[in-house]
Structures are given as structure tokens and as C-alpha cells.
Design a protein around this ligand. Structure first.
Ligand SMILES: Cc1ncc(COP(=O)(O)O)c(C=O)c1O
Length: 204
């Protein structure tokens, strides 16, 4: 049987670099927030075309912390899509907010911008599009709607590192962009990982 995802094959190719990197970290014995993290954050920000990147422990935490940073709290509504992994909804619920599910565009299979307006209420605080299956949500339309209604946009780009549209990478269109580095993701860590990118210094 051909394995769906063969991480061992990927690691075999990278083994010398991975072992050198692990030895460097172990040798320094600084296992959290060390210089490796800073180098990674700078490289990720540059790759995404964002001013800032903050590494965190998982994609779920990235979404949770992005919502907290954006001031989304109990009773607020966050417009998102049902076509996603459960963590998108969980993160909204972690801050006490209410997910307002809007259907997908059948052409892109991502949040349908044409249906967002009808879901906006006085309690709406944010729009959380999810880029999936190698396709990005229509960020130009989503950003226009968000700006017209004073809503924050948080991109769930957990599965979309490296995707781009209109000359901008996934994560750099909205106010905050969230990534997962779970081993099976586009960029898989040797363990769990996540990050938030943003162009707004107040979120850094
Ligand atoms: C769309 C989406 N959002 C969020 C997450 C959560 O990421 P993590 O597993 O790193 O917490 C995932 C992970 O599968 C995902 O696919």
C-alpha cells in the first residue's frame, strides 16, 4: 500500500540538517524562546510578507491568541465556515465568542463572501476565513466587507502556508494570520507548532 503521508521519507532526506539543528538546541540547553525561535519568526514573517511573526505551540493556540489579541470576547460573534477542522470553532469558543457559520462558495469550497453580509449582526466582531485544499478564500471581497463593517479578519491558514492570491501570501491579507506546523501540515515540525503573523505592531 502507498502511504497517504510518509513523514519518515521526508525526514530521511533532511536528516543531517535536522540532527545538526537538534544538537545545536540541546547543546545550548535553551528549549523555549531561544535564538532558533527568533530566527524562525523572522524567516516566517519574511516568507509570508508580513511585518511580524510570533511562534506559538500549536495552530489552535495561534487562533486562540489571535482572537484574544483582537479583543474578541464573551458574547461576540465570529463569522466563519463549517468546512474546517474543529480547532477553528474550538478557538472561537475558548474566548467565549459565538461561531456564526456561513456556507462555502461551491466553486472555491471556502467561506462564501457573498453570504457574509447577511450573517453580520451588532455583535459581530471578526471574520475568520479558512484556506483549505490548496485554495484561498476570496480575501479581497472578505477584506472589503470587513472594513465596511469595522470587523477584524483572522485568517486560518493552518493548511495554507505558501499559498498566495493577488500577490500576497496566505496569512498576510487579514489583520492576523494563523498557521499550524503539526507534522502532517505543509511545513511540519518534529512535534507540534504554530504561529501568528501580522502587519499590525500592536498585535506583536
Ligand atoms: C484548518 C485548521 N485550523 C486549525 C488547525 C489546528 O492546528 P493544530 O493541530 O496545530 O492545533 C488545523 C489542524 O489540523 C487545521 O487544519
Amino acid at each position: 500500500m502507498i502511504p497517504f503521508l510518509d513523514l519518515k521519507a521526508q525526514h530521511a532526506e533532511l536528516e543531517p540538517q535536522l540532527m545538526r539543528a537538534a544538537q545545536r538546541v540541546i547543546g545550548r540547553a535553551q528549549f523555549t524562546l531561544g535564538p532558533e525561535t527568533q530566527v524562525f519568526e523572522a524567516a516566517l514573517a519574511e516568507f509570508c510578507g508580513a511585518r511580524h511573526a510570533v511562534a506559538v505551540n500549536t495552530g489552535t493556540s495561534a487562533l486562540h491568541l489571535a482572537l484574544l489579541a483582537a479583543g474578541v470576547g464573551p458574547g461576540d460573534e465570529v463569522i466563519t465556515t463549517p468546512a474546517t477542522f474543529v480547532a477553528t470553532i474550538a478557538a472561537i469558543q475558548y474566548v467565549g465568542a459565538i461561531p456564526r457559520l456561513v456556507d462555502i462558495d461551491p466553486d472555491t469550497w471556502t467561506l462564501d463572501p457573498a453570504r457574509i453580509e447577511t450573517a453580520i449582526t451588532p455583535r459581530s466582531r471578526a471574520i475568520l476565513p479558512v484556506h483549505l485544499h490548496g485554495r484561498m478564500a476570496d480575501m479581497t471581497a472578505i477584506m472589503n466587507t470587513a472594513r465596511a463593517h469595522g470587523l477584524v479578519v483572522i485568517e486560518d491558514a493552518a493548511q495554507a502556508l505558501g499559498a498566495s492570491a493577488d500577490g500576497l501570501r496566505a496569512g498576510a491579507h487579514g489583520d492576523l494570520g494563523c498557521f499550524s506546523f503539526y507534522p502532517g501540515k505543509n511545513l511540519g515540525a518534529c512535534g507540534e507548532g504554530g504561529a501568528v503573523v501580522t502587519n499590525h505592531p500592536e498585535f506583536d
